[in-house]
Design a protein around this ligand. Structure first.
Ligand code: ATP
Length: 361
């Protein structure tokens, strides 16, 4: 069991500050996922926790103990890399035993730990094979097995599935979820680019951007209550639509006249002082529906992607908006070139001013 506290963690490379004042409390047993645009410092933060990267300033506390200057091997942490990093000339068993042998653990203890990990990861039939005789997914399971045998307090995963093909990714993702269930109390921190991995695995997601934390929350909290346009567009795929407009009615509900022509209503009350305020309204593609009457947006469908369970409609750029995308259930392949009007329910409308949500702060 391990609680982690990141207090003002900062990383500088010479003049460049990559991460600045990261504050985060991680509770024992959580699976925390770091997401963020490429180069935002996800791997750097993970490596600082592992002890592979020096901390420029701030404190890293594991179970009440400041570990900034503690060598990686003593931190009770195991890291699983994207590249597996297996020893090619050693069998699966030898790869998994290696760290325990170095630590001079008794033979019986080593054998028991390896066999238990192999059982959890369904690697028992492969224990005497070399890594080259395994699939990518099996190799990644060996890499995870090497971490498990050490029984660390904290597991760090750096994009562990990104070298796997789509089907194996799904299968291995589910195995990691099962692994988490099988080892309650183990703290895990996981870096990924994959929305589905983040949404399905995380107890909480940490969105990193511009050297700091943009927002921390459960996957659904980030999806439903993003505090900024950045988080609103980062979580969810396709990304949330944004349309610029002006507040024309305040009070119990808010009405926005959009530059693209339509109007949007939000159930969120605004103050009279907000009349005339320049805002962006945000609507997720899956919250848009077709309507006959006046709506949010009228445009010509440029591209239709009929995926079976859902259909994506792509519209051209509208004034004060990026490309608008609607995600409708089922068919609709016949809508190419059609001129349609989209609407949404008032409770699905997000409101942003200067990049920040007027609803969730
Ligand atoms: N040794 C180094 N010297 C200088 N800058 C570095 C060094 N290592 C990393 N950086 C910079 O730090 C930033 C964060 O890198 P990091 O690899 O942590 O990002 P990331 O969010 O994991 O990116 P990606 O999603 O592309 O893997 C990048 O801008 C990178 O160029």
């Amino acid at each position: 069991m391990a609680d982690l506290t990141l207090a003002g963690l900062t990383k500088r490379y010479g003049e460049v500050t990559v991460l600045s004042g990261i504050d985060l409390e991680i509770r024992a047993g959580e699976l925390i996922v770091f997401v963020g645009p490429s180069g935002c410092g996800k791997s750097t933060l993970l490596r600082m926790i592992a002890g592979l990267e020096r901390i420029s300033s701030g404190d890293l506390i594991i179970d009440g103990l400041r570990v900034n200057d503690m060598p990686p091997a003593q931190r009770g942490i195991a890291m699983v890399f994207q590249s597996y990093a297996l020893y090619p000339h050693m069998t699966v068993r030898q790869n998994m035993e290696f760290a325990l042998k170095i630590a001079k653990k008794p033979r019986a203890e080593i054998t028991a730990a390896v066999e238990k990990a192999a059982r959890i990861l369904q690697l028992t039939p492969y224990l005497d094979r070399l890594p080259k005789a395994l699939s990518g997914g099996q190799r990644q399971r060996v890499a995870i097995g090497r971490a498990i045998v050490r029984d660390p307090k904290v597991y760090l995963f750096d994009e562990p599935l990104s070298n796997l093909d789509a089907a194996l990714r799904v299968a291995t993702r589910i195995e990691i979820a099962q692994l988490k269930e099988a080892m309650p109390g183990r703290t895990m921190i996981y870096v990924t680019h994959d929305q589905v991995e983040a949404m399905t695995l995380a107890s909480r997601i940490v969105v990193l951007a511009n050297g700091g934390i943009a927002q921390v929350g459960t996957p659904l909290a980030l999806y439903e209550r993003p505090e900024s346009e950045f988080v609103a567009q980062f979580i969810g795929s396709p990304q949330m639509n944004l349309l610029a407009g002006k507040v024309v009615e305040t009070g119990a509900r808010t009405r926005v006249q959009l530059e693209a022509g339509g109007t949007a209503c939000s159930t969120v009350p605004t103050a009279p002082a907000d009349l005339g305020l320049a805002v962006n309204i945000g609507v997720r593609p899956e919250d848009l529906t077709l309507t006959e009457g006046p709506g949010l947006f009228t445009g010509t469908v440029e591209i239709v992607e009929a995926l079976g369970e859902v259909t994506l409609l792509y519209f051209g750029r509208a004034p004060g908006a990026g490309q608008i995308i609607a995600k409708l259930p089922g068919g609709h392949a016949d809508l190419r070139h059609a001129r349609v009007t989209l609407t949404t329910a008032p409770e699905k409308v997000h409101l942003f001013h200067a990049g920040q949500s007027l609803l969730y702060r």
